[in-house]
Design a binder for this molecule. Structure first.
Ligand code: PEP
Ligand code: MG
Length: 294
């Protein structure tokens, strides 16, 4: 009964210390999108597009990618959605792509590194996203960014994809915002340097904790080293939110820690404007914010 009550309340937006914040969902399928809506998500802070291609026999073409996204965006209706471009590699090998696990392991050619090495793949995906965005509120985000140069290359790729749709006369909507994941310590410690290149950042605390501790997130025996509340993580989160605030960069968090009510509050207290989590975590997090977020 209490769970149903919390879910019902979760449909309402929440304030934290007098400012409105978003409690959003991480999704990777139509079923996840439905769960997000059922659990009162204010939006989607992370749409993991690699989950749409992992199990396919062949890599989907532009039309197929657009159709897959449209199906998800239609469920989410007018809610703001952050679509992350393909995050292949690490714990998510894509077998239809020409990568060997050794080369795109956790420290290898994964995420944006892979896409910048395969510009056609990125171009096609960005076109598919812009085509699916008509009638929706969509932003785009790149995974595994290390340097400002990479972020700039991503923004240029977004602009080029939109320009190609304009010149082809294809119906589309340009992304509302262009952002990056902050999950590599080098990016986390230099967030202010990205100010001219990105509209927002979203902290991937799962990978950030793993890279900070040099501990693979898939190794259960190493779980104690991945504590998002460790002294090292707190210092990095403090530094990155302070840097971001000094340059006016909005910060979201979409790693698992955002789905823990106590940790979500600690993130909001640092000025984070959106916490994004597994859909089922939303009602409890919104309840905590409503109770203790005055
Ligand atoms: C993260 O690394 O925290 C994150 C949200 O991305 P993913 O879990 O998909 O790597
Ligand atoms: Mg990640």
């Amino acid at each position: 009964r209490r769970a149903a009550e919390l879910r019902e309340q979760a449909a309402e937006p929440v304030d934290f210390q007098g400012r409105s914040v978003l409690v959003a969902a991480n999704v990777g399928s139509v079923a996840d999108a439905r769960a997000a809506v059922a659990n009162g998500a204010d939006g989607v802070g992370l749409l993991r597009t690699e989950l749409l291609v992992l199990d396919r026999e062949t890599y989907p073409d532009e039309d197929t990618q657009r159709d897959d996204l449209t199906e998800i965006l239609d469920v989410l209706d007018a809610r703001p959605v952050v679509v992350r471009v393909l995050d292949a590699g690490g714990d998510k090998p894509v077998r239809t792509l020409d990568v060997t696990p050794e080369h795109n392991g956790f420290l290898g050619i994964r995420g944006l590194r892979y896409l910048l090495a395969h510009p056609e793949l990125l171009h096609t995906q960005l076109r598919a996203i812009a085509r699916a965005s008509v009638g929706h509120r969509v932003s785009v985000m790149a995974p595994m960014v290390t340097t400002v140069e990479e972020a700039r290359a991503f923004r240029e790729a977004v602009e080029a994809a939109v320009a190609s749709l304009v010149s082809d006369g294809v119906e589309h909507a340009a992304p509302e915002a262009v952002g990056i994941m902050v999950e590599v310590p080098a990016a986390a410690l230099t967030v202010e340097e990205f100010a001219d290149v990105v509209d927002f950042v979203s902290v991937g605390s799962n990978d950030l904790a793993a890279y900070l501790s040099a501990a693979e997130r898939t190794e259960p025996d190493l779980a104690p080293l991945l504590d998002p509340d460790s002294s090292a993580m707190k210092r990095v989160l403090d530094a990155l939110t302070e840097q971001a605030a000094s340059r006016g960069i909005p910060v979201a968090v979409c790693g698992e820690m955002a789905g823990d009510p106590g940790l979500a509050m600690s993130l909001l207290a640092r000025g984070v404007w959106e916490v994004s989590m597994a859909p089922a975590r939303i009602p409890a997090v919104k309840d905590a914010i409503r109770r203790y977020g005055r």
